[in-house]
Write a protein that binds this ligand. Structure first.
Ligand code: XMP
Length: 491
């Protein structure tokens, strides 16, 4: 606890939040392009230390795929059935695998009409279909280039008369490099994987082989990382237990998702889940040194699977927990407290600062207080990739953003155990509109720059260096001065 701010809050003298502090400028002895914003949690490395919240108006499969493609992580929400969770996880895991497995390859019978093949290609947004006979053996490939020119031929033509019969293919187990060579040599977009008996085993496409997203968060096999929020309650029915086991095969990290994890029942449920499932676990949320110390030193969590704590309580832009209950741990305060406990008891455990971020400049502050990654719903709820429709209010495009403790989210079914059990009337979140802000890439680019520039000013070359910079508490007058001021008119 070298720094003044951490000492001060450690004694609980001050429950401070982002706007209460500033990072003091530091000596910079590196070039701007040397700054490294990447970070790690357990064995996972992230080129972008940013996560999107497990909320039903923030992260479903589209957000999760895009967050991972850009080097961060989107945590799929849990306000839905296990069946829907399984579907989301499957889509994320298979999104960029370099092999599309046989159950997901679009196929067509050789006697089907050309019109049907054209319709399938347009609807699935693909450029070709593998042609398989009744015995599921490959007999050709039909691509957009094979579609006849005249409408009459499209309407009356049969696939087998137009398809390419001499299919260039590869055998199961062909390496990525070998597949790339064959693709470029043959000038093809797709290569079916066909076994010695002629059965279709999968498909690889040029698009998936070429790494358009060099910074993506991937597992060892090149699939996108997949994270899912989970209730700490062990599922009662054997059917749900089986579904959860299947979900486990797609997930890399489960995020135990409750407002306050420092609870006996939640801890015991999680200990059981950790033994039942193979994937890694992030536990949260917690808000104090004392809670983190207890979780790290007194519980029966499997050490190798317990990779991080998620912190912050009541700071989110849609949260009302602190107003409704008088209890809370603002994210910056919680980060500094829990970071100290991690330093004292097990520095292998990561820390995710969750919620309350309003401006890009809040990110460097969270890292300075001890975070390894940050999580936000607010930054992403208004993007193209969040679930829900773009609405229009007074000529402005908007999307709905709702707290998981809002009446709207809690009455939709599954999430009630995120909050104090048994409480039905007390909402702990609100639902409202946020401005539509375009695609997630644009938002991430701004956050990335704010973070990188903050690190340069602070003189920190890496996220680990950032944890050593000094934070100071700013006076109210000083804070006012950091905003634009003494201008004519409103800003
Ligand atoms: P931001 O500030 O990004 O915060 O909107 C998102 C985080 O807030 C948490 N969360 C809630 N907290 N009531 C709460 O007290 C709620 O209804 C609620 N919904 C989400 C969650 O940790 C999320 O990541």
């Amino acid at each position: 606890m070298s720094n003044y701010y951490r000492k001060k809050i450690h004694s609980n003298e001050l429950i401070a939040t982002f706007d209460d502090v500033l990072i003091l400028p530091g000596f910079t002895n590196f070039a701007p392009d040397e700054v490294d914003i990447s970070s790690s949690l357990g064995k996972y490395h992230f080129n972008l230390p940013i996560m999107s919240s497990a909320m039903d108006t923030v992260t479903e499969e589209l957000m999760a795929i895009n967050m991972a493609l850009h080097g961060g992580l989107g945590v799929l929400h849990r306000n839905c059935s296990y069946e829907r969770q399984l579907e989301m996880c499957r889509i994320v895991k298979r999104a960029r695998s370099f092999v599309i497995d046989d159950t997901h390859v679009a196929t067509i019978n050789p006697n089907a009409g050309v019109a049907k093949a054209k319709f399938m290609m347009e609807n699935y947004n693909i450029s070709g279909i593998v042609v398989t006979n009744e015995n599921k053996k490959v007999c050709g490939i039909f691509t957009k280039r094979d579609i006849p020119f005249f409408e009459h031929d499209i309407q009356n033509g049969i696939v087998k008369d137009y398809m390419t019969k001499d299919v260039i293919s590869i055998k199961p187990g062909t390496s990525r490099e070998e597949a790339l060579k064959i693709l470029y040599k043959s000038r093809k977009e797709k290569l079916p994987i066909i076994d010695d008996q002629g059965y279709l085993k999968g498909l690889i496409t040029k698009k998936d082989l070429a790494p358009e997203f060099p910074f993506a968060s991937k597992d060892d096999e090149g699939h996108l990382l997949c994270a899912l929020a989970l209730s700490p309650k062990f599922p009662e029915s054997s059917q749900n237990q089986e579904l959860l086991k299947e979900i486990d095969t797609y997930v890399d990290i489960f995020f135990i998702d409750v407002a306050d994890f420092y609870k006996k029942a939640d801890i015991e449920g999680t200990e059981k889940l950790m033994k039942f499932l193979d994937s890694d676990f992030v536990l949260g949320n917690v808000g104090t040194y004392e809670a983190a110390e207890y979780l790290i030193t007194k519980c029966d969590f499997l050490e190798e699977k317990f990779i991080a704590l998620k912190v912050g309580m009541g700071s989110g832009s849609i949260c009302t927990t602190s107003i409704q209950t008088g209890v809370g741990a603002p994210t910056l305060f919680a980060t500094a407290q829990v970071a100290d406990a991690i330093t004292d008891y097990n520095s292998r455990i990561g820390l995710i600062a969750d919620g309350g971020f309003k401006n890009p400049g809040d990110l460097p502050k969270a890292f300075a207080a001890g975070a390894d990654l940050i999580m936000s719903g607010h930054f992403f709820a208004g993007t193209e990739e969040s679930p829900g429709f773009i609405d229009n209010i007074a000529g402005r495009k908007v999307k709905v953003y709702r707290g998981m403790g809002s009446k709207e989210a809690r009455t939709s079914g599954y999430i009630s155990d995120r909050y104090t059990e048994g409480s039905k009337m007390l909402t702990e979140g609100v639902s409202n509109y946020v401005p539509y802000v375009g695609d997630v890439y644009g938002v991430l680019a701004t956050l990335k720059e704010g973070l990188a520039n903050g690190m340069i000013y602070a003189g920190a070359k890496s996220i680990q260096d950032m944890k050593k910079v000094s934070l100071g508490i700013i006076s109210i007058v000083g804070s006012r001065e950091t905003q634009p001021h003494d201008l004519i008119g409103k800003f």
